[in-house]
Design a protein. Structure first.
Length: 280
């Protein structure tokens, strides 16, 4: 779906969107909605510690921290608070939930069952896991609905989540722990790769600032090539690798039995376990 078609879909959405929590993830999603034309006057942000950027949006139509009992016609409640805060905050959102309200959660680890307990068994809930490239419209979100979500509400949730990137749906909620580990936390792994590549370049003798620029542009450019190319990652890698060349020498280390694959498997397993622990 193109940016222009997404914008049109958002302009057709009626009712108030309440964003609960405007930290890194909530702020990224909000930036995406605003960038693609969601009406600012339809957005309410509940955030006790708003950033400078969020406070600036409050001067352009977005309502910041109004009393909950003054918020009307709520179509969406997007819950983007830290999972550690959920026990205290989620029950206070119950007055916002009407018969046609859709709750979209982006909290790591907090299950649909937890939200139903806090907000009421009749609440229509989509649990989702986006990632921070949502801020530039290049995120990826995986979502799962509870049985109360109607086909129309699922379509609306897809429009809302699709405003900040691609959307995938799964039927098994248990998969979201691994989704969190791979794509939710994944941008941090890519940024770490850029850091590590820069440090390795400096260790090989490059000036540190040049190594950092080379690493940054290489990671960013390679990601964009992967995004635009019809070829899969393995084929793109092979296309860069000449037999017996410099790339092959480096890949011999990274693809060894004790190289990158087992390390990433351990990292993803650790993140998946933590996601399950956060569910309680």
């Amino acid at each position: 779906m193109t940016g222009s078609s997404i914008t049109g879909l958002l302009q057709n959405v009626s009712g108030t969107l309440v964003l609960v929590g405007a930290g890194k993830m909530g702020g990224a999603m909000l930036a995406g909605w605003v960038r693609l034309g969601f009406a600012r006057t339809q957005i309410v942000v509940l955030e006790p510690r708003p950033s400078v950027e969020i406070a600036a949006l409050a001067k352009t139509g977005v309502r910041l921290n109004p009393p909950v009992n003054e918020i009307r016609d709520v179509a969406f409640v997007v819950v983007a608070i830290k999972p550690q805060e959920a026990e205290a905050i989620a029950p206070a959102l119950k007055p916002l939930i009407g018969s046609n309200t859709l709750v979209v959660s982006v909290m790591a680890g907090k299950t649909v069952g937890f939200l139903e307990s806090a907000l009421g068994a009749g609440a229509a809930i989509v649990r989702s896991m986006p990632n921070t490239p949502a801020a530039i419209g290049r995120g990826i979100t995986v979502a799962v609905p509870n049985p109360k979500v109607t086909p129309e509400q699922r379509t609306l949730a897809h429009r809302l989540l699709g405003a900040v990137g691609a959307v995938e749906w799964v039927a098994d909620e248990a998969l979201l722990d691994a989704v969190t580990a791979v794509s939710g936390s994944g941008p941090a792994y890519v940024f770490l790769l850029a850091e590590s590549l820069a440090r390795a370049g400096a260790a090989a003798g490059l000036p540190a600032d040049l190594a950092a620029r080379l690493a940054r542009q290489t990671v960013a450019g390679s990601g964009e090539l992967l995004h635009q190319s019809p070829l899969d990652a393995a084929t793109l890698r092979q296309n860069v690798t000449s037999p017996g060349g410099t790339t092959a020498a480096a890949l011999g280390v990274l693809m060894a039995a004790d190289g990158l694959d087992p390390l990433l498997e351990k990292a993803i397993a650790a993140a998946t376990r933590r996601s399950k622990e956060l569910a309680g």
